[in-house]
Design a protein around this ligand. Structure first.
Ligand SMILES: *[C@@H]1O[C@H](CO)[C@@H](O)[C@H](O)[C@H]1NC(C)=O
Ligand SMILES: *[C@@H]1O[C@H](CO)[C@@H](O)[C@H](O)[C@H]1NC(C)=O
Ligand SMILES: *[C@@H]1O[C@H](CO)[C@@H](O)[C@H](O)[C@H]1NC(C)=O
Ligand SMILES: *[C@@H]1O[C@H](CO)[C@@H](O)[C@H](O)[C@H]1NC(C)=O
Ligand SMILES: *[C@@H]1O[C@H](CO)[C@@H](O)[C@H](O)[C@H]1NC(C)=O
Length: 941
């Protein structure tokens, strides 16, 4: 964003430019220039293969030399380089040998014939000056790309954004109208070193290496560089194939969903390919050092990771590509560096961490409220029905209003919220949001044809353009109307903001995308399922250049408007909950990820949802469930066609349980009454969830300060362990709890990797002897084994009806001992963060409570106050610690005496044989404890 592109796809002016170097030179001449190149290449191969002494280095080098000296493919150009270092030429096409060779590529005629780039590629650049930056002028060696599109001269601009964040911006000087970053930071003051290669005559061609912490983070020398009309390509040699991110798995994708990148082309196009458009990667070395790469580009992308660590990026873009490199060196540093660039996530309202239910329509809502209360199920919001207020976006149908008002009142009486469901598709119909949009002229257009109308729920719909300032007025208008009818809006979940258009191309007369390249996995079209790619958001911006940002911008606009119409209360801005569906890095600033819609009830989608929650966490959107449990079936016919499982099935029970340990917990209820069995699952999952809300909220606070995801892949804590890097189906909730869901239908066991350290079954507290390896745990019905990590203390709380009302209840601690840790002199530590959970900027105003718990030895816990905000006897918040559960105690017997700061105290101590000790009824209140003063010590014998 902040960058504009002129709409000019074939630039006539450039046709008249001087002929570029390479055209006209016979291909075999280039081989003579290759000797310098070969040295670089060999060097790199050796480096790439460090550690694999014979088969990894010597054999490939010999093979390479053998191929160079004997196998002469079509021209003597270096077509015969080692197979691993080849990237595909003419991606997405199936050329004949001649077409391949005519396109300047190499042909391999084996049983799986393929067309690949020579090395150096025919599609390279030469340096037009030998300056060492920040600006380097580059001229293409070939006038057209392999895809037949016209190539452009480029400027490469390098700019450190901070000492561990570098940007490399490649742009077409003639057409680029965006900013050129210039922070004035000298690269020598940063973690980075940049090496530029290439001669003025193109031998060797231009390449850039980025180095940090003594390691080459990437090099562009092993592939082509193409910058042309609607087709760009760049290959980065990464030091590793442990690469994670790129939006994770698709929800209905064919690939087995993982956070770790599989090989093969992976598209990035909101909605298409069912993969979130998060153009971000974390790369992890064997020794656990990490770095990040964040691509910014205005168009659909595709990456392909080869087993050699080559990462080819292909993009349907025209003018610029920005690569942000984050130096790490730990995975946590990388996420922090990303959040520094895109924004740290906001702290959600406290109630956002409770249970959110939703359903197709409101007819069963009332019964649900009753059964939930009878069963003791706490929950925090209900959407009351996907179209509770009307069929159309931002509409209130007056005949629906009385019923909704009644239900809304029933919710608010119990301190619960109404979660509005909204979507960007504005029906072409005489109702205020559409008429107002026409009056303000904010809808996306299609050339001279006026507004572009797509199809949504079989209706003709227009789409708000989000790039015009007047759209914000429109948002204000529609939200004010909504608020007038229904009262204050506290939460909105946005759906279908890819934005979805059902039907091939809506009313667009053009039957197909006329593009040289379409990322694989998108069914050969980037207009399918969304706006036609050439529709216009403004005079200068075509849809495809901002498609991946639409959901982000919609969330941002709604966030702004909702705040603008909400008056401050006693000088405090109320927090709102906004959930988007197609998030981008940075969405965390405005809210969370509500999850995909139209998700079937299958084991694969549960796993995809889980991976989506992880990928959101990677890019600073900790508040995500991936998808509401237990998927959403659209119609009875659909669910029959899909042979989907009932809500009261082991799939749903497991999904509900999994949802309860993800930062956002949504459940999509089926029509009719919730059965007793399903309700029992919900209650049991909720009981666990609501008790750990203080712990989850404390993790949310840390996420808002550091970007650290709340639910995180094991590599965040154990990056140096291969088994942890590969453990795709288990995660940590905060640093202390490990969750191991099963995604295999009715599997009797689940495989769990227990990293080195001390682990306890949780709850239960038995110490696990099996650390450092993968263990099979038997799964009883509905179960999801959980483990607590030694060295940590988690704060918990009793619960009542909803998250907010539970905050007055006393706290308890679970202490998992590990007195042998080298990293600390204590046996366990933990924290509790408390603020009002309702207004913004509590941290900057210092209106929060931060308490630290330390267990210096196995029979005591110390409380210190890091920041105080709560007084004694607060009507809404507790400062009382009533019970402590210890895992891993050696002493399993004693007189059962408790002292507080040396004085005898009330309460009981219970020892059991496997090292669990339970102290209860102590009622310790820390409300008078001075900040930074002495600790309050609770000891027992
Ligand atoms: C052609 O491709 C096959 C299969 O990938 C590979 O084994 C072989 O080495 C390649 N041949 C040449 C000459 O590159
Ligand atoms: C780099 O190029 C940009 C655009 O041409 C220019 O604005 C900037 O001043 C240049 N920086 C330096 C240090 O030459
Ligand atoms: C980790 O490994 C990378 C590449 O293998 C190396 O460059 C780096 O120096 C190592 N870092 C440490 C701290 O060992
Ligand atoms: C999409 O179109 C199909 C066929 O017309 C229809 O069955 C389906 O309900 C539509 N879905 C949406 C979300 O509009
Ligand atoms: C659902 O429960 C309510 C009240 O418990 C009852 O009146 C209603 O008949 C039930 N509906 C169905 C479809 O079982």
């Amino acid at each position: 964003m902040g960058k504009k592109e002129k709409i000019s796809t074939n630039n006539k002016a450039e046709e008249r430019e001087e002929e570029t170097l390479r055209d006209g030179i016979k291909m075999d001449e280039t081989v003579k220039k290759a000797s310098f190149w070969d040295r670089i290449l060999l060097n790199r191969m050796i480096r790439a293969a460090t550690g694999i002494i014979f088969f990894g280095v010597v054999v490939p080098v010999l093979v390479y030399i053998f191929l160079l000296s004997t196998a002469i493919p079509y021209s003597g150009r270096s077509c015969a380089v080692y197979e691993e270092y080849r990237t595909e030429c003419l991606p997405g096409r199936s050329p004949s040998p001649n077409q391949c060779i005519d396109a300047g590529c190499c042909w391999n005629a084996t049983h799986t014939p393929h067309c690949y780039h020579s090395l150096p590629s025919y599609y390279s650049y030469r340096r037009a000056d030998l300056s060492q930056g920040p600006n380097v002028t580059l001229e293409p060696l070939a006038r057209h790309s392999s895809m037949g599109t016209r190539t452009h001269s480029l400027i490469l601009n390098m700019n450190p954004m901070s000492k561990d964040h570098l940007t490399i911006l490649l742009f077409d000087k003639k057409r680029y109208e965006g900013n050129i970053p210039n922070t004035g930071i000298d690269i020598h003051e940063t973690a980075f070193q940049v090496k530029l290669f290439g001669g003025l005559d193109g031998s060797p061609p231009f390449a850039v290496d980025v180095i940090a912490n003594g390691e080459t983070l990437f090099s562009t020398s092993l592939g082509p560089l193409v910058a042309s009309d609607q087709y760009w390509e760049i290959t980065l040699k990464l030091p590793t194939t442990n690469v994670y991110g790129w939006g994770g798995a698709g929800v209905e994708g064919n690939e087995p969903p993982t956070l770790k990148l599989p090989t093969g082309p992976l598209p990035q196009w909101a909605g298409g390919g069912r993969r979130l458009a998060h153009p971000f990667l974390i790369c992890l070395n064997e020794n656990g050092t990490a770095h990040g790469i964040f691509f910014k580009a205005a168009g659909p992308l595709e990456i392909e990771l080869k087993p050699s660590g080559l990462l080819a990026l292909r993009a349907v873009i025209n003018i610029w590509l920005e690569i942000h490199i984050l130096a790490g060196p730990t995975p946590a540093d990388v996420t922090r560096q990303l959040c520094e660039a895109v924004g740290y996530p906001q702290l959600p309202p406290y109630w956002a961490l409770g249970l959110h239910v939703c359903r197709r329509d409101s007819s069963d809502a009332k019964t649900f409220f009753e059964t939930a209360d009878n069963a003791g199920l706490p929950f925090d919001s209900d959407c009351l029905g996907l179209r509770a207020l009307g069929e159309r976006a931002f509409e209130v149908q007056h005949d629906l209003l009385p019923a909704v008002k009644e239900l809304k009142d029933a919710l608010s009486q119990k301190g619960r919220k109404f979660l509005h469901v909204q979507f960007p598709q504005v029906e072409k119909w005489s109702y205020p949001p559409y008429q107002d949009g026409v009056a303000k002229d904010i809808f996306v257009r299609y050339g001279g044809l006026g507004y572009y109308f797509g199809t949504y729920n079989d209706r003709s719909v227009a789409y708000p353009s989000l790039l015009q300032p007047k759209t914000q007025d429109w948002f204000l208008g529609v939200l004010k109307e909504l608020q007038k009818e229904i009262g204050p809006i506290e939460a909105i979940a946005i759906e279908d903001d890819s934005p979805l258009s059902n039907g091939t191309y809506g009313s667009n007369p053009n039957p197909k995308d006329d593009l040289p390249f379409i990322p694989r996995g998108l069914k050969n079209s980037i207009s399918q399922g969304t706006l036609f790619w050439m529709t216009q958001h403004s005079d200068t911006v075509l849809h495809y250049t901002m498609h991946n940002n639409y959901g982000y911008l919609f969330t941002e606009n709604l966030h702004k408007a909702l705040h603008a119409i909400t008056p401050p209360v006693e000088g405090r801005t109320p927090r709102k909950l906004i959930l988007g569906e197609w998030t981008q890095p940075g969405t965390g600033l405005f809210g969370g990820h509500g999850g995909a819609v139209r998700v079937y009830r299958t084991w694969t989608t549960m796993r995809s949802a889980f991976v989506s929650a992880l990928t959101n966490g990677l890019v600073g959107i900790p508040l995500s469930a991936g998808v509401a449990a237990c998927g959403r079936l659209h119609t009875v016919e659909e669910s029959k066609a899909y042979k989907s499982l009932p809500f009261d099935s082991s799939l749903c029970r497991r999904w509900i349980r999994l949802g309860a340990v993800l930062p956002l917990w949504r459940v999509f209820l089926p029509p009719g009454n919730v059965t007793k069995g399903a309700m029992a699952s919900l209650v049991s999952a909720a009981s666990f969830r609501y008790q750990i809300l203080p712990y989850i909220y404390t993790q949310m606070y840390h996420a808002s300060m550091t970007g650290m995801p709340v639910v995180r892949h094991l590599f965040f804590e154990y990056p140096e362990m291969k088994l942890a890097r590969d453990a795709d189906d288990q995660v940590l909730l905060g640093p202390a709890l490990m969750v191991t869901p099963s995604f295999i239908p009715d599997a009797p066991t689940v495989s769990v990797f227990l990293p080195n350290g001390t682990w306890y079954s949780h709850p239960g507290g038995e110490i696990r002897p099996e650390v450092g390896r993968i263990v099979k745990f038997v799964l009883r019905r509905d179960e999801m084994p959980m483990f607590m990590r030694g060295g940590y203390i988690i704060p918990m709380q009793d619960y009542y009806q909803n998250a907010g009302s539970s905050r007055i209840l006393p706290y308890s601690l679970t202490v998992a001992l590990d007195c042998d840790r080298t990293s600390s002199s204590s046996c366990a530590e933990g924290e509790l963060f408390v603020d009002d959970g309702e207004t913004e900027e509590t941290v900057t105003r210092k209106e929060y409570e931060l308490v630290k718990f330390v267990s210096p030895k196995e029979n005591s816990v110390e409380i210190t106050r890091v920041n105080s905000w709560l007084g004694c006897n607060d009507p809404k918040f507790s400062t009382v610690l009533d019970s402590i559960t210890i895992y891993g105690a050696n002493n399993t017997d004693g007189p059962g005496e408790i002292t507080i700061d040396g004085k005898p105290s009330k309460g009981t101590v219970m020892y059991n044989s496997w090292g669990m000790v339970k102290i209860s009824g102590i009622g310790v209140d820390w409300c008078n404890l001075p900040v930074g003063g002495n600790a309050m010590t609770i000891s027992w014998t």
